[in-house]
Design a protein around this ligand. Structure first.
Ligand code: C5P
Length: 239
């Protein structure tokens, strides 16, 4: 894998609510990571202006708002997300087949023939355990539920999933090689675990078949975020 191919796989999580802070990261890391993840904290604090600021610096955006609502509302919100010019955005597969299929239909109608944002489904959050699922009335082992939801998302026309690196082989087997898999919970050798528990290194995640790695604190909390990003690329290439 070339350095540029490795770079394109890295999505840096802009986990902050402060515009100036995020602007510093975007300026420092554009060209060093492949994409920037804008999540609920940043979007609630700063809105579409945060997305436009990143795009102004030449950065690509993954809008991580995890939509989950009635089919029409999610479909319409998805069209608005795509109109922002983001590369990726997501919804919860637990919203069901109709919610996902209506979203795909609305995107195809809006961007007929042209390039559109890719939509990912969140299967089961990695913070959920068997006990969490039982508490909401789901009596199925987590890995089975993850594969079931990934297959449902694919059937509904969704482009890929966000999943734990540990779940990648099962999802690949069920959904094939052209289904995107984006994995958080990645920790390079030099970084602290923070609150992540079930982690893989970047090399392990890429080898398992992840298309994109979401990495936040190992880069954002580093003394020099640009150096940390390059060290991650060194690790991937050496591996
Ligand atoms: O700092 P860190 O690398 O742990 O950040 C990972 C990012 O991925 C955070 O934005 C976190 O919310 C997100 N994420 C995660 N686990 C999931 C889904 C999203 O860590 N299952």
């Amino acid at each position: 894998m070339t350095r540029e191919e490795a770079r394109n796989k890295i999505i840096f999580a802009l986990d902050s609510g402060e515009f100036a802070h995020v602007q510093y990261w975007a300026e420092t890391l554009v060209g060093r990571v492949g994409m920037f993840k804008v999540g609920k904290q940043l979007f609630t604090a700063c809105g579409p202006a945060a997305v436009r600021m990143i795009q102004k610096f030449g950065g690509e955006v993954f809008l991580d708002l995890k939509f989950h609502d009635i089919p029409n509302t999610v479909a319409m919100a998805s069209v608005e997300a795509a109109r922002l010019g983001v590369r990726l955005f997501n919804l919860h597969a637990l919203g069901g087949y109709e919610m996902m299929a209506r979203t795909r239909e609305a995107l195809d109608k809006e961007f007929s023939g042209g390039e559109r944002a890719k939509v990912l489904a969140v299967t089961i959050l990695t913070s959920s355990t068997e006990e969490t699922l039982r508490g909401v009335g789901i009596n199925i082992p987590v890995p089975d539920m993850v594969v079931k939801l990934a297959a449902l998302a694919k059937k509904a026309g969704i482009d890929g999933v966000v999943a734990s690196p540990l779940e990648v082989p099962l999802i690949r087997e069920a959904c094939g090689s052209d289904f995107l898999i984006v994995t958080p919970g990645v920790r390079p050798g030099f970084a602290a675990l923070n609150d992540q528990k079930r982690v893989m290194t970047p090399v392990e995640a890429v080898t398992a078949g992840s298309d994109y790695l979401v990495i936040g604190r190992p880069i954002g909390d580093a003394e020099d975020p640009a150096v940390a990003a390059e060290m991650i690329l060194d690790e991937i290439i050496a591996g």
